[in-house]
Unconditional design. Structure first.
Length: 532
């Protein structure tokens, strides 16, 4: 069916960040603070010293088949605005509409693509494997059709020559930074979303690679009817010509939204003459202070004119009740007939709620992807085999894949439980091998002859204690051994706290007094509080 794109309109976005006040280390409950927060649950950000206004009454409009570029200096709120439009952040106040209807965040995340500033990809997978696994998780298609779709996407992204090359990262040699950025965009658009949101897609790239990336995004918007919203810091001359609309942000407020020609005209109207052969966007960013001063002056003049006009009407006696109602009237647009007209179109456009695969198939796909990553680190195979018994062996892997897990689960690719099941299935063979290695000699020793097996185990344990010096008297031990034993067992601490009785033997004492535990846990708590 012919798709007509997705129209996004946002009005009145306000986003404030509140920094928490540091609490005393041992103060768990503060009654005065609880009362204060209850009386004032939403403090005024203008009077709160720990509040920072990131966005102030921001409004924007993104149309299908076009590219909206959000520009501005560092700290203007570009990334926060993109995360709010993508449904990642929840602002204090905002009205976001998708095709003239309020945004459904859970559905919008699955029908849109979001590309972060940092490339979060598996470095050991190839370009084709990365896109294939993402397509399997996002689309419920036959294998042949899915492969064909991935190959056409690779061709569209210009990655055919590196389709079988590994993605790589800072530690693993792989493709270039521009090609890795194309792979990130391909991961976001593999399920053919109607809206594509990109945060600094040209960050860290040279001018030629940056132009190729923006040109590819522009072609994708024009040929597929996508709504593209991106942020960019310093666009070049060629890149600016590819933008349909520009949103100029400064200190969390909108200074301009429109085409480049309209921006040039606005600057000339306020008395700012851009020099020849100068980037108009960079000139506008450099002239932000002058633009804000002109804007504030116009606002104050407009308010003064309104007050003067109202005063004149009241003094002349011509300010009627009907005029009062006319000035305060709010026009509500009725979209009932448009909703009925677009109902069938929206049902075809929106992807059904839920996940593309069942929990079982998600675990199968993720297990396959995990196994490919592990099998390509042969140099770490022996090291991981030695760590099979450790219960936290999956923690380093999770820390490396944490950003990928957060990105994929937030956009509805799969469930977190499927990730946990797949991760456990991959490490299960290692634990099984270790269990077999321990159980085989124990079974052979115990089952045929219980007395022989018990004797062997007792002999091994006795030999361990014998060669550890357990049966050697204290008087016969050397000074170095006593010093090491003192460091390990902490005899001095036990003796000072009343939990150690020296009777000349090395038998362990079981009468540790309560003061020792109080001292020990107090010391641990102090160390934790100091490090936190």
């Amino acid at each position: 069916m012919n798709r007509k794109g997705c129209d996004i309109e946002a009005t009145g976005i306000n986003y404030t960040i509140y920094t928490q006040k540091p609490q005393p280390p041992f103060k768990i409950f503060n009654k005065d603070q609880q009362v204060t927060q209850h009386q004032q649950p939403f403090p005024d950000p203008d009077t709160n010293p720990r509040a920072r206004r990131v966005l102030r009454e921001v409004s924007c409009h993104a149309k299908p088949w076009e590219v909206l570029a959000i520009v501005g200096p560092s700290g203007a709120g570009k990334s926060s605005l993109l995360e709010i439009l993508a449904g990642k952040l929840t602002p204090q106040t905002a009205s976001i509409y998708v095709n003239q209807k309020p945004m459904d965040k859970s559905r919008f995340k699955k029908t849109s693509g979001y590309v972060t500033q940092k490339d979060t990809l598996f470095p050991l997978l190839t370009v084709e494997e990365t896109l294939v696994f993402t397509a399997k998780l996002r689309l419920n298609l036959p294998s042949l059709e899915l492969r064909s779709r991935v190959k056409s996407l690779i061709k569209e992204l210009g990655l055919t020559h590196v389709a079988n090359a590994r993605v790589g990262d800072d530690r693993v040699r792989g493709i270039s930074g521009g090609e890795r950025r194309r792979v990130s965009i391909g991961v976001a658009v593999v399920h053919d979303p109607e809206v594509v949101i990109l945060d600094e897609p040209t960050s860290g790239l040279d001018s030629n690679c940056a132009f190729q990336i923006i040109d590819m995004i522009k072609t994708m918007a024009e040929t597929r009817g996508k709504t593209v919203i991106l942020s960019i810091h310093q666009p070049g001359f060629r890149i600016i010509k590819l933008f349909n609309s520009i949103l100029l942000l400064a200190n969390g407020t909108v200074l301009h939204q429109g085409t480049v020609d309209e921006l040039n005209l606005s600057l000339r109207l306020i008395g700012l003459e851009p020099p020849l052969h100068v980037n108009i966007v960079e000139f506008a960013i450099d002239s932000i202070e002058s633009i804000q001063q002109q804007k504030n002056q116009k606002s104050s003049n407009l308010e003064q004119d309104i007050i003067t006009a109202s005063t004149n009407r009241i003094t002349q006696g011509k300010f009627t009740l009907q005029q009062l109602f006319q000035q305060s009237k709010v026009i509500d647009l009725d979209h009932d007939h448009e909703d009925n007209k677009d109902q069938e179109q929206e049902q075809d456009q929106m992807i059904t709620d839920g996940f593309a695969n069942s929990r079982f198939f998600e675990a199968v796909i993720l297990t396959h992807r995990f196994w490919k990553n592990i099998s390509r680190t042969k140099e770490l195979f022996a090291y991981r085999t030695l760590q099979m018994l450790v219960s936290v062996e999956a923690l380093p892997v999770f820390l490396q894949e944490r950003e990928i897990l957060m990105k994929e689960t937030s956009c509805g690719s799969y469930r977190v439980s499927s990730y946990a099941i797949a991760n456990g299935l991959v490490y299960l063979p290692f634990l099984l091998i270790l269990a077999v290695l321990f159980a085989t000699p124990l079974y052979c020793a115990l089952v045929p002859n219980f007395i022989v097996g018990n004797s062997v185990i007792s002999g091994v344990i006795g030999s361990f204690f014998l060669f550890s010096g357990y049966f050697v008297s204290k008087q016969g031990k050397c000074l170095e051994y006593l010093f090491g034993k003192c460091l390990v067992s902490g005899e001095d601490v036990l003796r000072e706290q009343g939990g150690y009785e020296d009777d000349g033997s090395d038998a362990p004492k079981g009468d540790l007094k309560v003061p020792f535990f109080e001292f020990f846990w107090t010391f641990v708590v102090l160390i934790i509080e100091k490090s936190a």
